[in-house]
Design a binder for this molecule. Structure first.
Ligand SMILES: O=C([O-])C(=O)C[C@H](O)[C@@H](O)C(=O)[O-]
Length: 371
């Protein structure tokens, strides 16, 4: 038995499962990446609140379509959740965050404590919002100064690390001009922010050979990691690894975000071809991260649950970092969520402080109902 006795949950039965519409807002319009067009300035999202027979409640984000929430009404919490494991039934995965929040609140502990408290409560956090804004607006592109303005705004918000999107030549620019711009942007940000941690993400828009050429061209920029250079496959990653080794570089290879095949990326990690695994904090989920993290720690591979899209996902990733440990840094999504008070997660000097409040430490203030 773990330190949180499941017997304390006996008798807790779900009496209500309520969806709530929320809205994510970014502080600016977020542009294109290698594969996708503008990411806009916000979008609607959904949370679900669970209420139990003894008057406890917990809530969490649900991504994607939610089906038949009422099927959970009447189920006992112990059938669906174990404090040492997480969600017990695959079909209850959409309730993963809400159940973790609920159970942590019943135990009156923060989620990071429920998860084992193996990390620190001050979690390095990078801005994941530096897209191809140099290319917009299409009729009068703002150029590299737009990227530098975004870095300035995120630096002012407390970030000390930036993830730059690269891969402009995959879809949006002439191949060579796009590749040259990727290098120019990387250099410009490094020059303007000598103390910043810089990560880059090609969203699978490079080939293995281009990846090596890019890394060679920015060798003096001290990158922290290169993410998703191309869809993960062993021969290409082997080529990148050989280059890094031969050049004495300590740039990390981060992968496993896009449609991950867990066994495949784990095998690549075991073979030393991936240093940081990125499965999404929501679609992979806290229960899966709890299951996988001890293996990663054992084989010496780091994690950084992908959080792009929603500021709440950054908060969730930071809770996992504080709870499970072995998380190198978390992806920061600048902005806010209407209907949620999340300011307990203060970002200062490049690190997000994980609160000690019960559950995830987030308060849902929106009235229930789906628009
Ligand atoms: O690492 C990241 O944040 C991403 O790759 C996010 C992507 O840029 C974005 O298109 C997405 O996930 O919708």
């Amino acid at each position: 038995m773990g330190s949180h006795d499941p017997a304390q949950l006996v008798g807790e039965r779900l009496v209500a499962v309520e969806p709530t519409s929320l809205r994510v807002r970014y502080p600016r319009t977020v542009g294109r990446n290698a594969r996708l067009g503008s990411h806009g300035s916000g979008f609607p999202t959904t949370a679900v609140t669970l209420r139990t027979s003894s008057g406890h409640s917990g809530w969490g984000l649900v991504e994607g379509r939610i089906h038949d929430l009422q099927q959970w009404v009447g189920r006992s919490v112990t059938e669906l959740f174990h404090p040492d494991v997480g969600v017990l039934e695959k079909t209850a995965a959409p309730l993963d965050f809400a159940l973790h929040d609920l159970v942590a609140r019943i135990f009156e502990v923060p989620v990071h404590e429920l998860l084992g408290g193996q990390g620190t409560r001050s979690v390095p956090c990078y801005s994941g919002a530096i897209y191809f804004d140099d290319l917009d607006p299409e009729d009068a592109p703002r150029g590299i100064s737009a990227v530098l303005e975004n870095c300035a705004s995120d630096w002012a918000a407390g970030f000390r690390a930036f993830k730059l999107k690269i891969g402009r030549g995959f879809r949006w620019m002439d191949h060579d001009a796009g590749f040259a711009r990727d290098i120019e942007v990387t250099r410009a940000v490094r020059e303007a922010y000598p103390a910043a941690r810089i990560l880059v993400d090609a969203n699978n828009g490079y080939t293995p050979a281009e990846t090596v050429d890019y890394l060679r061209a920015v060798q003096d920029c001290a990158l922290y990691w290169i993410e998703e250079p191309f869809h993960e496959e062993s021969s290409g990653l082997g080529m990148v690894r050989d280059h890094l080794r031969e050049s004495g570089s300590d740039v990390l290879i981060a992968d496993g975000e896009f449609e991950p095949d867990e066994q495949h990326v784990l095998e690549l990690a075991r073979r030393g071809l991936v240093d940081v695994l990125l499965m999404d904090v929501c679609s992979f989920g806290p229960t899966a991260w709890r299951r996988l993290m001890p293996t990663l720690a054992e084989i010496g591979v780091l994690a950084s649950p992908h959080a792009w899209g929603q500021p709440l996902k950054t908060a969730y990733a930071a809770q996992l970092a504080a709870g499970l440990g072995n998380i190198a840094t978390v992806e920061g999504v600048p902005g806010s969520t209407d209907g949620v008070t999340g300011e307990a997660f203060v970002l200062r000097d490049g690190a997000v402080a994980v609160p000690d409040a019960s559950g995830f430490g987030l308060r849902l203030t929106a009235s229930r109902g789906v628009a």
